[in-house]
Design a protein around this ligand. Structure first.
Ligand SMILES: NC(=O)c1ccc[n+]([C@@H]2O[C@H](COP(=O)([O-])OP(=O)(O)OC[C@H]3O[C@@H](n4cnc5c(N)ncnc54)[C@H](OP(=O)(O)O)[C@@H]3O)[C@@H](O)[C@H]2O)c1
Length: 300
């Protein structure tokens, strides 16, 4: 198959690029809205909001499948500019769906309210509370209305060795602050983007095409506070074993409530996804979040 990875400069897009080297039975094309000068692979400039360009690209390159890793992902900025977020997260996703190629798209736990107390399944009712969540929900619906046999992976708390993310921020703050407050009343599951990319490849390489929505995060649950403590512990473990250079992190991590943090955008208190369907359909096992954190920090 000829596979186009959009949003190739992002966290997930980069992990898809890493795994493309293990999937030489396919031909890969990478695209993003902006092409960095120091890119290790050819990144084609392609703004997915431009329907004509998307359609022309798919036809001229004979693309069979698009894995859409492109998105407007800044949750706070989306509150201020929902129109732009909607264009990228919904209208553009419909452009991909109309291009003639099959589509695997990526969505988010933010389509749910976050008020649940049990892990959400794929057919639970959605109730987005943020502009970002509304635009991602609109993207799911737009895609399925033009391409009912699309595959959608909903994920959460994504991090990787690429780009900026919570893991890197907490290492930086740990190295520069004596104490940080991190919320303990928001529960979810950190997800290493490389693991999500592996699940996407399981769907690509399956003998059959299984359309529908799938939930994928790493296994287990924690709060952002627990995640931060683990990040610092793993970092210090690498220092102690001589696998990273530098001073161990001694910063105190203080558990705080969300109301103390003064978020610009309300955050879900509980956003755990039920992954039974993805595990059963694609016969995959999912790593525990702490093991994947270690794997990611080893790759950093
Ligand atoms: N990050 C999370 O915690 C999280 C959680 C749940 C779900 N997700 C979903 O997971 C997917 C991957 O997220 P990620 O963290 O890998 O995202 P990311 O790192 O922000 O990467 C997204 C990429 O898409 C590009 N892009 C933006 N607008 C575009 C356009 N019009 N045309 C083409 N490319 C465009 C971005 O370029 P610029 O940077 O230049 O704008 C960026 O390179 C997204 O669908 C996201 O909604 C993420």
């Amino acid at each position: 198959m000829t596979i186009l990875i959009t949003g190739a400069n992002g966290q997930l897009g980069n992990e898809m690029r890493i795994l493309s080297a293990e999937n030489k039975q396919h031909t890969f094309l990478f695209s993003d809205v902006f092409v960095p000068e120091d890119s290790l692979v050819t990144i084609h400039p392609l703004d997915i909001t431009d329907a004509a360009s998307v359609s022309a690209f798919v036809k001229s390159h004979g693309v069979d499948l698009i894995v859409n890793c492109a998105a407007y992902t800044n949750v706070d900025k989306a509150e201020q500019d929902e129109a732009t977020a909607l264009k990228i997260n919904a209208d553009a996703v419909a452009n991909l769906g109309r291009s003639g190629a099959r589509v695997i798209h990526v969505s988010t736990d933010y389509v749910f309210s976050g008020d649940e107390h049990l892990p959400c399944s794929e057919d639970d009712p959605v109730a987005p509370r943020t502009a970002y969540g509304r635009t991602k929900n609109a993207g799911e619906q737009a895609l399925l209305s033009v391409l009912p046999d699309a595959i959608i992976f909903r994920t959460a708390w994504l991090y990787s060795e690429f780009g900026t993310n919570f893991v890197k921020t907490m290492i930086r703050l740990g190295q520069t602050k004596e104490e940080i407050g991190v919320v303990y009343d928001q529960i979810g599951t950190p997800t290493y983007a490389l693991d999500l990319a592996r699940a996407i490849f399981a769907a690509i390489n399956d003998d059959a095409w299984h359309p529908g929505i799938y939930h994928y995060t790493n296994e287990g649950v924690c709060s952002w506070f627990d995640f931060t403590v683990a990040i610092h512990e793993v970092y210090n473990m690498f220092i102690a074993h001589g696998m990273k250079h530098g001073e161990p992190i001694t910063c105190r991590v203080r558990p705080i409530l969300s109301e103390e943090y003064q978020y610009l955008t309300p955050r879900p208190h509980y956003s755990v996804l039920n992954k039974a369907k993805v595990k059963q359909t694609f016969a995959i096992s999912i790593p525990y979040w702490r093991d994947s954190l270690i794997a990611c920090m080893r790759n950093m």
